[in-house]
Design a protein around this ligand. Structure first.
Ligand code: CA
Length: 233
């Protein structure tokens, strides 16, 4: 699974492409601005950047220049409506690796992404380590069988709860933001106003925490999100 960052302020396109590329086996984060993109890149490396140019806080090419200047050669595929020959040349001169004009066909985009990843030495490993069993606090989960027990008693978890747990387990000890959960688990735009996450966190805490009123396993990080400390009992 390659980690892709899609820098795109068009929410509909961001979401639809994220779903499509996820279906092709990639892990896709969408950043709606240069600032958001810098945050994602600052949090850890990505395998490829898909970059729109017309962004609310600047020109996507600024990001290309920034990365290349600091010796970061993460492959960048520029995806934009500005696709005249001059634009393409300018993008490539800034250090982008490929250029695709909007509107584009999904199969072509997928093929170009795969080609770029291959060229940069990325190989598709058959879902490297599928998560099978996990223990979080009082909860033991069998992701394969989609069953769980709390203190040895069977409990039922919904698909969304399983996905939320899977996501949190994929980022142990790291702060996971509300926006990341909205896009990666709920598959909603990051600005969605739903309080659903809080309800899910409340319910999960009742299953995992030794004392749900004083969480030590799934802790809130004020103003930032939540952190899973799966080994804390
Ligand atoms: Ca745009």
């Amino acid at each position: 699974m390659a980690r892709l960052l899609f820098v795109e302020d068009d929410q509909t396109l961001g979401l639809s492409l994220r779903l499509a590329l996820t279906a092709h086996g990639h892990d896709v984060r969408v950043a709606p601005s240069l600032t958001a993109a810098r945050q994602v890149l600052g949090a850890g490396p990505v395998d490829l950047v898909l970059l729109d140019l017309g962004l609310p806080d600047g020109d996507g090419l600024e990001l290309v220049t920034e990365l290349r200047k600091r010796g970061d050669f993460t492959p960048i595929l520029v995806l934009t409506a500005r696709a005249t020959l001059a634009d393409r040349c300018e993008g490539l001169r800034h250090g982008a690796d490929d250029y695709l004009g909007k509107p584009f066909d999904l199969p072509e985009l997928v093929a170009r992404i795969d080609a770029l990843l291959r060229r940069h030495g990325w190989t598709r490993t058959p879902s490297a380590r599928p998560l099978s069993n996990a223990r979080i606090g009082r909860l033991t989960i069998d992701f394969g069988a989609r069953t769980a027990t709390c203190d040895g008693e069977p409990v039922t978890l919904s698909d969304l709860e399983l996905r939320l747990l899977q996501h949190l387990l994929g980022h142990p000890g790291q702060v996971v933001s509300r926006e990341a959960l909205l896009t990666d688990v709920w598959e909603l735009p990051p600005t969605s106003k739903t309080r659903s996450i809080d309800t899910f966190v409340y319910r999960l805490r009742r299953l995992i925490e030794p004392d749900p009123s004083r969480p030590t396993v799934l802790v809130s990080v004020r103003g930032a999100g939540w952190r899973l400390c799966p080994d804390q009992q």
